[in-house]
Design a protein around this ligand. Structure first.
Ligand code: MEV
Length: 316
């Protein structure tokens, strides 16, 4: 037992958040500029964790507090050891790199995924994709209820994915769309947003099913747009999707303001991304060379961080 390493990256949902919880398809992209690395080592006794936001022993109480970021990593260590049938003892894990939490960027799935690979690797076990997925999902369930599984796949995917009914496939893209993610600086509340949509669904299933069907149509259309580099059409679908997401209550004043700012600055389309009620927007520039100007406009409009999705550059 020496050291072992696992890595994962952030993700952003191009289209399909929330509807994916109701069995509809979604499209997600990796954000390669936002990565983290977990390193597992043998230690004398107990379980220990060192992350940018937490350092100390791992205890059973971490499970109860797992909606907090520091505990998600602790739960991931325990769940991995349970899954591979090894004692909850003698493992130290450190996490470096940072994916901002509660921004709809999949930070909890990424932390869990990197830790799962590192801890299993320390025991000489190469996790199958299915095992890794199950570990991440079990952590995500503690963190926010009823995850669709999209984040668990997207956090390790090398390129864009099509996710439907619990399965992910590589998505064919003719040409990279010029996408960026911009942060409102307000913490997103995926768990709350998903629960509120569920309450609306119970009250008025027809209206919410119609909204989800509308989103599904946009996702299917976007797949064609990506296959043929029809970016003006893709932008229109993103704009339409933001409207539907607003109608089901998952946008916010800050998200709407950044979406408007992106469109004013020449984006072909912009919408919230992820769980909403805070967190980030995703915007499509007409070309990669126009990404820096769009990023600058969004920063001037109050974005607290901007990350390019497709070309790996970062300018937070
Ligand atoms: C969160 O990144 C995306 C949601 O669709 C929730 C989920 O898929 O579990 C809002």
């Amino acid at each position: 037992l020496r050291g072992a390493v696992g890595t994962a990256h952030a993700k952003t949902i191009l289209l399909g958040e929330h509807a994916v919880v109701y069995g509809r398809p979604a499209i997600a992209f990796p954000v390669a500029s936002l990565t983290l690395e977990a390193r597992a080592e043998s230690i004398g006794s107990g379980l220990a964790l060192h992350t940018p936001f937490h350092a100390g022993a791992i205890t059973a109480e971490d499970d109860a507090a797992a909606t907090r970021e520091e505990h998600i990593a602790a739960v991931a260590v325990r769940r991995t050891l349970e899954r591979i049938g090894r004692p909850l003892d003698g493992v130290g894990v450190s996490v470096t790199g940072l994916i901002p939490a509660a921004r709809g960027l999949g930070s909890s799935a990424a932390v869990a995924s990197a830790i799962a690979v590192a801890v299993a690797g320390l025991h000489g076990i190469a996790l199958t994709p299915a095992d890794r997925f199950e570990i991440v999902q079990s952590v995500e369930r503690v963190a926010h209820g009823t995850p669709s599984g999209l984040d668990a796949y997207a956090t390790t995917a090398a390129g864009p994915i099509w996710f439907e009914q619990g399965r992910a496939r590589t998505l064919a893209v003719a040409e990279s769309p010029a996408l960026l993610v911009a942060d409102t600086g307000v913490l997103g509340r995926t768990g709350v947003a998903v629960a509120e949509v569920r309450a609306r669904h119970e009250r008025n299933p027809h209206a919410i099913e119609a909204a989800m069907e509308g989103i599904a149509d946009l996702v299917v259309g976007a797949r064609e747009d990506l296959a043929s580099a029809a970016f003006a059409d893709l932008g229109e679908r993103m704009n339409a999707c933001h409207g539907v997401l607003s109608s089901i209550g998952v946008s916010s004043t800050e998200l709407d303001a950044l979406v408007q700012a992106a469109r004013r600055a020449g984006a072909l389309g912009a919408k919230l991304t992820g769980g909403g009620q805070g967190g980030c927007i995703i915007a499509l520039a007409p070309s990669a060379s126009e990404l820096p100007a769009l990023a600058a406009a969004l920063t001037a409009s109050g974005a607290t961080g901007v990350w390019f999705v497709t070309d790996g550059e970062e300018n937070a």
